[in-house]
Ligand binder design. Structure first.
Ligand code: TXA
Ligand code: MG
Length: 352
């Protein structure tokens, strides 16, 4: 398949591109587009055949349902049975934005056989313009091949999807870099199924008794399966053997230096994940072949979130075999950051 690739910027949206993309969606085709969280791979949410193409393009297991994206609250009506009062409160507080709500009901094909549906109202001008141009809600998972880190740059989408879908709208770097917070409002009290930029603390300000799925941090087992089907898969995973080291920052750096040098001296392609404030601890102490990547400024965890998936992809590009990484704070958005890193490391975390 020949994929149409179009660049457009948030400040000056090319409406010809948007209208062409909207037409492709209406015709049952696939379009990848930027949102404020990560890039999405969109199809008409109420067209079963189109939704099936998403699973094929991503290599996604068919039991993993999709999020329907809307561009105004009217579009919710044909999708959900009823809107519980607690959902209204969350919608008032966080929509449009990086929050997905799980409601009771329907459309077959996009929900993987569940009787619930996930809905998000993104706050990104290109995503909103596309949904409006299509005139239908758009089912969209992240626009990566199944198992790979979510795309945060147009290039990432091109790497994974060129030749597999009808069109890619390259809108540059996304704002946040982590997927939306998923909250199940079919249960009382509501439960967070996937942490994101809308943090547990922020949700509790609106709904004080909100809970969290216990599998957010523990390795899923047969008894404790994540409530969001997609959270059980080994996600965001780099090809390298990735281990996270946790504890006193100086001791962690010492441990990482020792182990990374050992691997690099054996000739293995080796990388380190750190933060701006810790870079100095590694300087002049490493085998020169080791690729040291700072995810960002610890005082600004958004910068860490924003670079996380790109860093994992960049390690893959140079065929990294071993990654030694620092753990990050789990406060606020740090919870979502550590949730993604923990999964990427296959729950391989060592206390130093
Ligand atoms: O930020 C985001 O949410 C991005 C952008 C494109 O909007 N989308 C995204 O979609 O991350 P995806 O498909 O990669 O992740 C959706 C997650 C999966 O873990 C899936 O299992 C869960 O949402 N999910 C979807 N429908 C559900 C439902 N009815 N009940 C429980 N979990 C559901
Ligand atoms: Mg995904």
């Amino acid at each position: 398949m020949k994929t149409i690739i179009k660049k457009t910027s948030v400040d000056n949206i090319d409406m010809d591109t948007i209208n062409q993309a909207g037409e492709i969606i209406r015709q049952g085709g696939l379009v990848a587009f930027p949102t404020e969280t990560v890039y999405g791979l969109g199809a008409d949410a109420l067209n079963e055949e189109a939704a099936a193409k998403i699973y094929a393009a991503k290599g996604r297991p068919s039991d993993n349902p999709l999020i329907a994206h809307i561009a105004d609250l009217e579009m919710l009506k044909p999708l959900v049975e009823e809107i519980p009062p607690v959902a209204e409160k969350l919608m008032d507080a966080f929509w449009p934005g990086p929050m997905t709500l799980i409601f009771n009901l329907v459309p077959k094909g996009t929900t993987g056989g569940l009787d619930t549906v996930a809905v998000r109202y993104p706050n990104h001008p290109i995503a909103q313009a596309l949904i409006k141009a299509a005139g239908v809600s758009i089912a969209a998972p992240s626009a990566n091949l199944s198992g790979k880190p979510s795309p945060t740059l147009g290039e990432h989408v091109i790497d994974d999807m060129d030749g597999r879908i009808d069109m890619i709208i390259d809108g540059g770097m996304v704002g946040m870099g982590l997927e939306s917070t998923i909250i199940d409002v079919t249960v009382n009290p509501p439960m967070i199924l996937r942490p994101g930029f809308i943090t547990y603390e922020m949700v509790k300000e609106i709904v004080p008794d909100a809970t969290e799925d216990r599998t957010i941090f523990t390795k899923p087992t047969k008894e404790f399966k994540p409530k969001a089907p997609g959270m059980k898969y080994r996600h965001y995973a780099p090809s390298a053997d990735y281990t996270i080291y946790k504890g006193d920052e100086v001791k962690v750096a010492e441990k990482i230096i020792e182990l990374a040098n050992e691997k690099a001296d054996e000739g293995k392609i080796t990388g380190i994940i750190t933060a701006d404030q810790h870079l100095h601890m590694y300087q002049g102490r490493l085998n020169k072949s080791i690729k040291v990547v700072s995810l960002g400024d610890l005082e600004k965890p958004e910068t860490v979130a924003n670079h996380l998936f790109k860093a994992l992809r960049d390690f893959d590009k140079v065929d990294t075999e071993f990654i030694f990484g620092e753990a990050f704070s789990e406060k606020n958005v740090g919870q979502a950051i550590m949730n993604r890193l923990t999964k990427a490391a296959g729950y391989n975390i060592i206390d130093v």
